[in-house]
Structure formats: C-alpha cells, structure tokens
Design a protein around this ligand. Structure first.
Ligand SMILES: *Cc1c(COP(=O)(O)O)cnc(C)c1O
Length: 474
C-alpha cells in the first residue's frame, strides 16, 4: 500500500465547522498522484490538481457536503485521467460496418503506414522533386482518380461536407441551385442540404414533391439566374412506394441543354458495384462521371474505406476554379490524409480493394467463414466456463450508406444466465472500458458480438478479452 497522503489533517469536528476542511491539500494530492504513477510534468500536475480541487470547492460553496474519501477519490481520478488516451483502439463487434461513433472506416495496414510515415517525416507535399518548383499537391491522387473513375480532375478537402460547401460557394454563390424536394435532406451531424446551400451564398430553388420529381420540374424552374442542378444522394434513408426521380442521364442532358451545371453529392462514394456483395446498388462515382456530371463529391471514410476526406471530382475547368476559391485553403486536406487516400486508392488501382480495405473485407466476409470463427471463440469461452453459443444475426453498413441493407452474419451470444447478477449493462460497460475496448450490442437479454466487423487477425484478442471480462462480477 502506498502511503495515504490524503488522510484527514483535521478532526471531524473541524469539518462540521468548516465544510471546506474535507478538501485535501494540493501538496497531498500531487504526492498521491505521483504514488499512483502519474507521469505529468510538475507544473501541469499542480495545475490539474488545482483545477480538480476548484470543482470540489465550487460544489461545497453551493451547499454540498461531500465525504472526504469521495473528494480524494474523485480529484485523484480526474488528475490520473489526463494521461488516459481517449482514442485508443477498440474492437468493433457491433455488426455496423461503418460505425460513425466509432470513427467510420478503419484503414488498411498499408494506408495506416503511409499516414504514419507522412506524419512523422518531411514529404514533398507541394514541391516537384524533379524541378524543385512549387506545386503538385494531390497530383498522385488526381492521377489515380482519373484512372479509376474517369474524372478529369480531383481536389481533396477535409470532408465531404466541406467539399459540397466549397463547390457550391465557387460555382453557385449569388445564383440559384435547383434541388428536388425529395433530396433537400439532412445527412446527419447537422449537415442539411438547404443549410449548406444558404451558407454557400446560393439560393435554393426547390422543385417537385417529396416523393415524385420529374425532369420537367427542373426545366420549368430553370431561368437566367440558375447556376446548377444539385442532385444529393439521400444516403441515410430509403423512400419506397409511389416515387419518381429523373435519371442522372436525363438531368445531365437537360442541364447542359439549358447551359447550367449538374452537381452531384454522392456522399458514400462507392467506386464499384455493391450488388455482387448482396447489397442494393449504391450510385458509384465512375457512373456519375460517365453520365456527364460536372462535379461530384464523395467522402473518403465511408464506402471508399479510406481516411477522413472530401473528394471533389469532375471537369477540369470547374475543379480548377474550385481550387482557387479562398475557402479551399481553409478546408484543404493535410499531408497525412493525402498520403492515406493515395494508399487507399492504390488498392483499388491494383484490384485488391476487397482483400485489403477493412470495410470491404467486412462486407465481403462469407457467412460460413464467420460461423467458423464464431465457433472457435465460443469453444474458447466454453472451455473457460462461460456459457456462450453461436447465433445467426444481421450486420448493417451504417455511416449513412445503404440504409436498410443487411448482410447475413454470425455472432457470439452470451446469455444473461452466464453473467453475474444478469447485469448485461455492467458487463457491456466493463468490456467498453477494457484494453482493448470491446463494443458489442445487447439484444433480447443477451450480449452479441458480431464477427463481420472484427478482422480475423483480431479474433484472438477478442477471445482473450471476453474471457477476461465476461465472468467477472461488479
Ligand atoms: C456523409 C455525407 C455527407 C457528409 O460527408 P462527411 O465526409 O461526413 O463530411 C455529405 N453528403 C452526403 C450525401 C453524405 O452521405
């Protein structure tokens, strides 16, 4: 036992007269934090202790009467917590492939390595090694994108929201943009097409109805103020039944006949057909470019499976103009994302995306293989005396992609009976807080761990972590 530096320095009598007497001294808390292994530098540790004590003092000042022991525990925990890295890796066994709250797409090993190398070293970000002249930012990406999608030019920015804002600000500010009422959507996290349009300085011209919009609706609304038609992919919901939207080809023809631009916010941005994986068709960037879209925008960390980024792809003339807009500098991608995006695109170029990119590995995993992996971990748990069994389940894509689509999967089920006090919530919490954290889901009085979203190379870690945490009480 380390010495207890926070032991009472005054009597209980003193605490009754002066409620602030429960507060340990700064010196005592600093010493306690050191004993508990804190490696913070002296001034930082002292400041952290003072801050934690100030919070306790404020609570007492408004009439609370905390116990001395609780004050010591809380302040010490708050100080030690400063050294805890919040974004440490976890195992996603939720069955949601692109889990927004868990950081969307994890990248391939090659991509992560490229990002780490670019972060740790100087790189020729804006220099041509051949001539030592300025330029070339994102040139490798533009070349890969041209080969993969047919886009004449590409500009990479911070995320797709920035890509849409920058595109509209450059090409439509002060003019009208026609959007179908069925596509004036909210994507999530506060990204609403009408709001982004207003923010860009363009005027939203809504046409059609929520469920049915025709090409002639666009035609009738087009006038000399119209800059563009914007097609937004309603990526996080699906409309079924009595619906109609003009085809992309129809809209492109109409836009170009009327001398306006056709912009498309694809969001998810699949680069290939999703149907062979048992999923509904997701619009792909190559299709949009082939259809003659002037500028399309996609996310880097959804179905592309790369780092966070927004990709603006399309006609060279418009992309060049977008790149010159003052806002482009404010939303540009950093060297780490650019290196990661190039490495991810290289997987597509080599035809190895499905083997290398984690989200595509997850989507392509075959149920019979998932079943075998689940059975192995269930056997490990059973051998450790934990009652678990394999169950059939359904994974989802998530991340505002392919709403309503599921993939057949297998999960490890731990019934409430196997858990002390049947306290599923407490066990789920302990797993989340473990190293690594494990995130599953609670469904019908059992804990489920879906292996579709766990890479096979992580199975052993998952098995060990489950064995270490599931049988415990408390
Ligand atoms: C997800 C999405 C966005 C926002 O993308 P971020 O990369 O998260 O900024 C914009 N538009 C559509 C259609 C989307 O699906």
């Amino acid at each position: 036992m380390p010495p207890d530096h926070t032991a009472p320095a005054s009597s209980a009598e003193g605490e009754r007269r002066n409620p602030f007497a429960v507060l340990p001294s700064v010196t005592a808390l600093v010493a306690a934090a050191r004993d508990a292994g804190s490696s913070l530098a002296e001034p930082t540790l002292t400041a952290a202790v003072q801050h934690a004590l100030a919070i306790e003092r404020a609570a007492i000042a408004v009439g609370q009467h905390p116990m001395r022991a609780d004050v010591s525990t809380r302040t010490l925990a708050a100080v030690l917590n400063l050294e805890h890295l919040r974004l440490s890796p976890l195992l996603n066994a939720t069955g949601v492939v692109i889990h927004t709250n868990l950081g969307r797409a994890p990248v391939s090993d090659e991509t992560a390595e490229a990002m780490a190398r670019a972060a740790a070293n100087p790189v020729p970000l804006e220099l041509e090694p051949e001539t030592n002249e300025r330029g070339g930012r994102g040139r490798d990406i533009a070349a890969l994108m041209q080969a993969l999608t047919g886009a004449e030019a590409t500009l990479v920015v911070n995320n797709c929201a920035a890509a849409v804002l920058l595109t509209l600000s450059t090409l439509a500010a002060g003019r009208g943009v026609i959007v179908s009422r069925g596509e004036a959507v909210e994507i999530g996290g506060g990204f609403r097409i009408p709001d982004v349009l207003r923010q860009s300085g363009a005027t939203l011209v809504e046409v059609g109805t929520t469920n049915r919009t025709y090409a002639h609706d666009y035609a009738e609304a087009t006038d000399e103020r119209t800059a563009a038609y914007l097609k937004a992919h309603p990526s996080n919901f699906r409309m079924v039944g009595f619906t109609h939207a003009p085809t992309l080809a129809e809209l492109v023809d109409l836009a170009h006949a009327r001398g306006v631009l056709l912009l498309e916010d694809l969001g998810s941005g699949a680069l290939f057909d999703t149907r062979p994986f048992g999923l509904a068709p997701e619009p792909t960037l190559p299709e949009s470019i082939a259809a003659g879209v002037d500028v399309a925008t996609i996310s880097g960390d959804k179905l592309l499976g790369g780092p966070q980024a927004g990709i603006i792809a399309g006609r060279a003339e418009w992309v060049a103009r977008i790149a010159r807009h003052p806002l482009a500098r404010a939303v540009r991608a950093d060297k780490t994302s650019l290196a990661g995006l190039a490495a991810t695109l290289r997987h597509y170029a080599r035809g190895e995306a499905v083997e290398k990119i984690p989200i595509w590995r997850a989507i392509a995993a075959r149920p019979e293989d998932l079943r075998g992996r689940v059975e192995q971990i269930v056997a490990d748990l059973t051998a450790a005396g934990i009652n678990a069994h394999p169950v059939v389940t359904a994974s989802t894509i998530g991340g505002g992609s392919l709403p309503g689509e599921t993939l057949p999967s297998w999960a490890i089920a731990v019934d409430a009976e196997a858990i002390p006090g049947r306290n599923l919530e407490a066990t789920a919490r302990r797993l989340r807080l473990g190293t690594p954290g494990v995130y599953g889901r609670i469904e019908r009085d059992r804990l489920l761990f879906d292996l579709r979203t766990v890479l096979p190379e992580d199975d052993e870690r998952l098995s060990n972590t489950l064995r270490g945490a599931v049988g415990l009480t408390g």
